[in-house]
Ligand binder design. Structure first.
Ligand code: SAM
Length: 188
């Protein structure tokens, strides 16, 4: 009954994103979330997928090619630069976004998401998000730097105006080893 965090994050997006919309994968990594979003928005929609690592962009490209998906734009750039990559149409209505935080599994554990850039990307996306749209963050905090990102995100999002956004935390409190949790931001 109780979903694991990634499944829960995907369910939230499934319930809010509509075919034809523009959505964002803030950290494409191995491409699993990009593929998921690609299926959600369909051939009339598009996914902007960011990652700073060439390896992540290549892994995502391979996965999407195998699945014959061509509605994803891969961008090797930090997600905090997102404004430069949104055209006028896309700025009008973003359906949702996902940020799977931390490091690329199987790669350099020192290349991690950082609070300033994560928050700056969320701010931009939040300003263009459609009413009812959702940004989901999967927060891993067991690695060096993860705890800081967790604290800064909780501190920042805890101050969001409740008249404009609902912000929710979902995660297991009886799992070992700093279990990840979801932060979801819904625009009212
Ligand atoms: N969503 C991915 C998947 O489905 O496989 C997993 C993402 S992995 C946990 C985190 C990724 O964030 C890494 O690939 C890392 O390179 C990337 N990353 C770190 N800082 C970033 C930044 N400022 N902008 C974009 N990506 C970043």
């Amino acid at each position: 009954m109780l979903k694991r965090v990634i499944a829960y994050a995907h369910e939230l997006l499934e319930n809010s994103v509509k075919p034809g919309e523009t959505v964002i994968d803030g950290t494409c990594g191995n491409g699993n979330d990009s593929l998921f979003l690609s299926n959600l928005v369909g051939s009339d929609g598009n996914v902007l997928a960011f990652d700073i690592q060439e390896q992540a962009i290549n892994n995502t490209r391979k996965l999407l090619e195998n699945e014959a998906k061509n509605n994803v734009t891969l961008i090797q750039e930090s997600h905090h630069k997102i404004l430069e990559y949104l055209n006028e149409d896309q700025r009008e209505r973003i359906g949702g976004a996902i940020f799977n935080l931390g490091y690329l599994p199987g790669s350099d554990k020192e290349i991690i998401t950082k609070p300033e850039s994560t928050i700056s990307a969320i701010e931009v996306i939040g300003s263009f998000l459609k009413p009812g749209g959702i940004i989901v963050l999967v927060v891993y905090h067991g690695h060096p730097g993860g705890e800081l990102e967790k604290e800064e995100l909780l501190n920042h999002l805890g101050k969001y105006d409740q008249k404009k956004f609902n912000v929710v935390r979902y995660g297991f409190i009886n799992q070992k080893n700093s279990p990840p949790f979801v932060l979801a931001i819904e625009k009212k």
